[in-house]
Design a protein around this ligand. Structure first.
Ligand code: SAH
Length: 378
């Protein structure tokens, strides 16, 4: 049964107020500066992350909540995730639906099935649909555009988000003209060395960044982000990510712990924990006060209250799964993914309860990036 506790974070705050928990003077100074200025120098970030502990994490999350409240109040935005194909031509070493995983049971939803997901989602109050897939060549630009046009026609009050990987600028332009508004493409890591370790030779960080720049240039609201605690990742790499994001200025940032998948080359490696992700969510909220920041499924997978904790650390978006029940168990990017057996209806109800339990409300709006205006093509 869900109880309105605050996942331990309120308790940490109470102790902090009552003097049981003191962030060190140095950590407090860094956090205060990050709160005021939205930025630290490289060494400041390095030390902030390396010296993190319970008191400094509690202090940081309190500041992050102040910023979150300033721009979003107690509103959490909903995105309905439709995983429409797990067929993938890419071969990311960490991902369960990579090309070389012969054990993955592949599927592809039809246009009609995808529309059914939107219909169900709309009825539950979703006003953003996120269409995510592997890099599936069957879905040509023509097919993707036809799908976007149908959704756009039927749901003129909804945002359409794509998350279908690396394409040419021309393709991105076509999707935008067809009516897509947002695009999620995590950069995964801004460290060229780590990127190389996590991907095959033919996939380059350079191309990933080129895609993000093209998407931004076209006028999408763009989402970047990184996996945390991926094998070989250092705190220096994380700081690199923060500087990369500062330069890119994305509208959305998706982060979550790395979780191994047993049929990948990274099988058996250690999964990331909830603690670093929460800390980084708070850092990101202070760096980017208005950014859309999801408390991800991966966070909910490593901790049963991970998503609630994510919101309390500064996140303001949740992405329940709208994929049909029959295929959910097949879109396995990592082991033990949550909500693979649930009905979409149960999923959205569960989210509502979870948000209520921590004093937050699900917003019924599209939840665009503050200030974003759609560019019109002529
Ligand atoms: N094909 C699309 C969608 C990828 S899946 C694309 O290339 O953008 C969405 C995200 O899941 C990835 O960007 C990655 O950050 C995350 N992911 C994949 N495998 C993961 C794993 N083993 N652990 C944690 N996150 C993972």
């Amino acid at each position: 049964m869900m109880t309105p506790d605050n996942c331990g974070i309120e308790e940490a705050l109470r102790q902090l107020r009552e003097g049981c928990l003191h962030p060190s003077e140095e950590q407090k100074k860094r956090i205060d500066r990050l709160y005021e200025e939205g930025m630290l120098e490289r060494n400041g970030f390095l030390r902030l992350i390396c010296e993190r502990d319970e008191p400094s994490a509690a202090y940081l999350s309190e500041k992050a909540r102040l910023r979150q409240a300033e721009h979003f109040g107690k509103n959490v935005y909903l995105r309905g995730l439709i995983e429409f194909s797990n067929i993938c031509a890419s071969n990311c070493l960490y991902c369960g639906i990579r090309r070389d995983n012969k054990k993955a049971v592949r599927y592809r939803l039809t246009e009609e099935e995808i529309l059914d997901c939107c219909r169900a989602g709309y009825a539950f109050g979703f006003r953003t649909f996120v269409l995510q897939s592997g890099e599936d060549p069957w879905w040509s630009d023509e097919k993707v555009c036809a799908l976007i046009r149908r959704i756009r026609k039927e749901y003129s009050d909804c945002a359409i988000t794509l998350s279908i990987g690396e394409k040419t600028k021309e393709s991105y332009r076509k999707y935008f003209e067809a009516g897509a508004d947002r695009y999620l493409l995590r950069h995964e890591t801004a460290s060229p060395k780590l990127y190389r370790k996590l991907h095959p030779l033919e996939q380059t960080l350079e191309n990933r960044i080129r895609c993000l720049c093209d998407l931004k240039d076209i006028g999408y609201q763009i989402g970047a982000g990184m996996m945390l605690e991926a094998p070989g990742q250092t705190v220096e790499d994380l700081v690199e990510d923060l500087f990369f994001l500062k330069k890119l200025q994305p509208d959305m940032i998706g982060i979550g712990p790395f979780i191994p998948h047993s049929d990948t080359p990274l099988s058996g490696r250690k999964a990331g924990g909830v603690e670093l992700t929460l800390f980084m969510l708070s850092v990101l909220r202070l760096m980017f006060p208005k950014v859309l920041l999801p408390a991800t499924t991966a966070l909910g997978t490593v901790d049963p209250r991970g998503r609630e904790k994510g919101i309390l650390a500064g996140a303001n978006v949740i992405m329940p799964n709208l994929s049909p029940q029959a295929v959910r168990g097949k879109y396995l990017l990592y082991d033990n993914k949550i909500c693979t057996g649930d009905e979409p209806e149960k999923c959205s109800h569960c989210m509502e309860l979870r948000m209520k339990s921590i004093g937050y409300e699900i917003s019924g709006t599209r939840g665009d990036a503050p200030g974003w205006i759609r560019r019109v093509y002529t």
